[in-house]
Design a protein around this ligand. Sequence first.
Ligand SMILES: [Mg+2]
Length: 269
Amino acid sequence: MKNLLFVLNIFIWIAINPSLAQDADSNEKLSESEHLVMATDWFQKSAEMRACYYQAYQLAKWRLDQKLASRQNQKPAAIVFDIDETVLDNSAYEVHLIQTGQLYTSEGWKQWTDRVDARALPGALEFTKYAKSKGVEVIYISNRKADEREPTLKNLKKEGFPNADSVFLFLREINQNNDKTMRRITVIETYDVLLYVGDNLTDFSQIFAERGADLGFQVVDSLRDLFGDNYIILPNPTYGEWEGAIYGNNYKQTPEKKRALRKRVLKGY
Ligand SMILES: [Mg+2]
């Protein structure tokens, strides 16, 4: 009888303390974004991250100078840049996800980009300005959506990036998917593209989209000479198609399943 009363008391206590159920809920959600913590720590708080960006943009500058010195093409020269985690830093959005226990949603992302608060990444501003000073057009091909055009231009302008103008910005239009190929084709009709700069392999070519069971290693290995030559890649441990490949490109699986997959792919000794 005593035990029964004790259990009953607990039920009553939980019933009159709805915040307890809420806490349990938010703790569960917190654990869903827990895996973002270490990656975001690295991205925001490691000096190594800054060094990687400086290194990539310094290499881009060397390659640009070399290419300009030997260029034959009559078309105007250009460099194609991705935006997010290439020239603009959205890690504050990742922090928001961690702090609120949420996962990425397009609505939440839109709320972030509407704030026009993303900061320039290390080396990005200097390099884009250098390119522009050499008569090389800076072109942005991003998978931000068409309805993010205005805040995106405002953000690029706010941070001082050159060519923060609609004619140089190719976004994902309504009914378009993530594939940037058609937008790249449009750009190369007018421009001699000397370099592509991005944090995701499909910022360079759609050939990298099919990662398959080997997570795309083979195709990258087979095209290794392009990296540091035509393609300048930046580090993004917080998200990207690499993560999707681990999930078999199915983000809609339960958090538990995705957590398990993240561990299952790892190779120990
Ligand atoms: Mg990106």
